[in-house]
Write a protein of this length. Structure first.
Length: 152
């Protein structure tokens, strides 16, 4: 065996040893990534109260008007969201939170219709609407009307 062949065998053995050492740390990361759902369905949302936070504004819209809360919840009900690599714009993002008889549910969505979904404490992913219709402008109009009413 030549000197260069011996060197190649040594490098391959070192690479194999390194892989064996690193593999136990890589597998959980790969497993977590594979657990990211490709689609999410919002289902039916029942709401008696709603809160809307916008961008970096210190104002938050809140209402206990059950009819208004349900109307806004209906805008989020029945959507299918598909996993999509997309930029999320926190400056135009709304965090819309509903409280109802079955608990609370909230959504982050920006003006481009990108939803930021927290899957675990350490993982958030972006999704776009692939089924159903979502009108960001209608939700923002409720927030803006409330903001204007409180300013005057």
């Amino acid at each position: 065996m030549t000197k260069s062949q011996k060197r190649l065998v040594a490098i391959c053995c070192a690479a194999a040893m390194l892989l064996l050492l690193v593999l136990p740390f890589l597998l959980p990361l790969l497993e977590r990534r594979s657990q990211v759902p490709q689609t999410i369905s919002t289902g039916r949302i029942e709401a008696a109260e709603v809160s809307i936070f916008y961008g970096v504004s210190s104002y938050a819209f809140a209402s206990q008007d059950a009819a208004l809360a349900q109307s806004l919840a209906d805008a989020f009900s029945g959507l299918t969201l598909a996993r999509q690599e997309a930029d999320f714009d926190f400056m135009t993002a709304m965090m819309v939170s509903f409280s109802g008889p079955k608990g609370s549910q909230g959504f982050w969505v920006d003006q481009n219709g990108v939803f930021l979904v927290s899957l675990r404490d350490d993982l958030s992913q972006t999704y776009l609407v692939s089924g159903g219709e979502f009108d960001y402008g209608a939700i923002y109009a409720v927030y803006a009307a409330g903001s204007s009413a409180n300013a005057g």
